[in-house]
Design a protein around this ligand. Structure first.
Ligand SMILES: [Zn+2]
Length: 481
């Protein structure tokens, strides 16, 4: 029964509803993609068992999130075949992507060769999500716990045929991009323990001249010139990052380089206490969100926990769980921010990785093979879980994928394939294609498990070698018949 009160309130409610529909509430105002570099399902479990003594506390497994899996292979690979993956322990080591190709796929929707930063197989530049955001009048930014010009942030902001051209990549980010926030390790003046270096190394920040311009507040634009981006405000000290996060420091365009060389924490000496002169990834994320949310049109932000991969390459379980825990804390900071700024009706948050590193599995049975599908068991909070590494590099494993907010349901529709162990999965290229669709730019088609449209020279050569060998084997077999 309608009371007089509701009769009055209903038209007002309807007006609000219509206004919100008209303002495009089906479109996320802000999109935040969080990438845990090198993190697969078992790294998450390992970190949960270590940090909480229990599984299932991370966003990947919390209710409210759309939880899927994601394939990651690059154009140098031949795709992901669930049947082969779960039948053959060696298959995981084949066809893997690197961080550059994966970041490019997640930023542009195009599969490319390993090592490519924002360029296709033809080495021509592709449009990344930061550029899409800027075109829509939104702000954009990238932040990471490894050097700011490293593969993942570079793939979201720069264009270069080779991921190793750090200085060139940094200069593109600083001098040519329209981004509003760039933060990451790579200080020229500090080592991995946060101590002053004897000899500066300027490669990650674009060279000594660019660094001098950053420090002078002159890099990236001219404050007096119309139509040009504003110059970067450079921050370096832990206190400045904390002030930015708490709102005590403001900047239009923010360039943050913590006082450490290649990683916030992972690269410090064995057994050393945590570097205490650098911010956490969570504090960096809060600061970045403060700067970007000043844009009334919204923003795109990529947040990378970059060193889970480095711990995986080194097969260091203690550093892996520490890094993944810091990433999880950054995710919690993002969730808190979202809930205080428009909630899940205005924001879309995606939490995933770029590839698994180290083939981390539960201990093998005597004489058996590694099985990534066996759940890890723990030894209590603060103790390393029962797990072992089976590789020193990247694998072609599916990754955890979690999304929440406006458009999470649309991402679920992209997961058209099924894995017997991980369940429904989408491809890493589905992510940017869906974000573009959500922002009103075209329609996304699920990638499925299509092989790359154009194969790279390396893939073609490998296929030809395999075909030649098969032909030779067949000829030899025919002879003996
Ligand atoms: Zn790696």
């Amino acid at each position: 029964m309608m009371t007089r009160r509701t009769r009055v309130a209903l038209p007002a409610l309807l007006a609000v509803l219509l206004a919100s529909l008209a303002s495009g509430q089906t479109r996320p105002k802000n999109v935040i993609i969080m990438i845990s570099d090198g993190c697969g399902f078992n790294q998450i479990d390992a970190a949960g068992l270590w940090a909480n003594g229990a599984l299932d506390r991370e966003v990947y497994r919390q209710s409210g999130w759309t939880r899927l899996a994601m394939s990651t292979y690059s154009a140098d690979g031949t795709g992901y075949d669930p049947t082969r993956f779960w039948a053959d322990a060696e298959y995981a080591k084949q066809n893997s992507t690197d961080s550059a190709a994966s970041a490019t796929a997640m930023a542009t929707g195009t599969k490319t060769y390993n090592g490519a930063i924002g360029v296709g197989l033809d080495k021509k530049p592709l449009v990344n999500l930061c550029q899409v955001a800027e075109k829509l009048g939104k702000a954009s930014g990238v932040i990471t716990s490894v050097p700011l010009s490293h593969a993942t942030p570079a793939g979201f902001l720069a264009h270069n045929a080779g991921r190793g051209s750090y200085a060139e990549i940094a200069r593109e980010m600083i001098d040519e991009s329209a981004a509003d926030v760039v933060m990451g390790a790579g200080s020229p003046l500090f080592d991995d323990n946060g101590k002053t270096r004897e000899k500066p190394d300027y490669q990650y920040v674009g060279g000594d001249k660019t660094w001098a311009q950053l420090r002078a507040g002159r890099a990236g634009g001219d404050a007096d010139a119309d139509g040009k981006p504003d110059p970067w405000t450079l921050i370096e000290s832990k206190q400045q990052f904390e002030d930015l996060a708490s709102g005590n420091l403001r900047a239009k365009r923010l360039f943050g380089v913590p006082q450490v060389a290649t990683t916030l924490q992972e690269g410090r000496a064995k057994g050393a206490p945590r570097n205490d002169n650098v911010p956490t990834l969570g504090v960096m994320a809060q600061g970045a969100l403060n700067v970007l949310s000043a844009d009334p049109d919204g923003f795109f932000l990529m947040i990378e926990g970059g060193a889970i991969d480095w711990a995986g390459h080194s097969n260091l379980l203690d550093r892996s769980v520490e890094e993944e825990t810091e990433f999880n804390q950054a995710a919690e900071a993002v969730v808190k921010w979202v809930e205080a700024h428009g909630g899940w009706e205005q924001n879309l948050v995606i939490v995933t990785g770029d590839h698994e590193t180290g083939y981390l599995c539960a201990p093998k049975p005597e004489g058996g093979k590694p099985n990534a599908g066996t759940r890890l068991t723990g030894n209590g909070k603060g103790q390393l879980p029962n797990a072992e590494w089976n590789y020193k590099s990247h694998t072609n494993s599916l990754l955890p994928f979690a999304a929440r907010g406006v458009g999470a349901d649309r991402l679920a529709q992209m997961a058209v394939l099924n894995d017997p162990v991980r369940g429904r999965y989408l491809d890493n290229t589905d992510m940017p294609n869906t974000v573009r669709e959500l922002w009103g730019l075209g329609q996304a088609e699920p990638a499925g498990n299509k092989p790359p449209a154009v194969k790279s020279a390396a893939t073609k050569a490998a296929e030809k070698a395999a075909a030649d060998k098969a032909a030779a084997d067949k000829a030899a077999a025919d002879k003996t018949k």
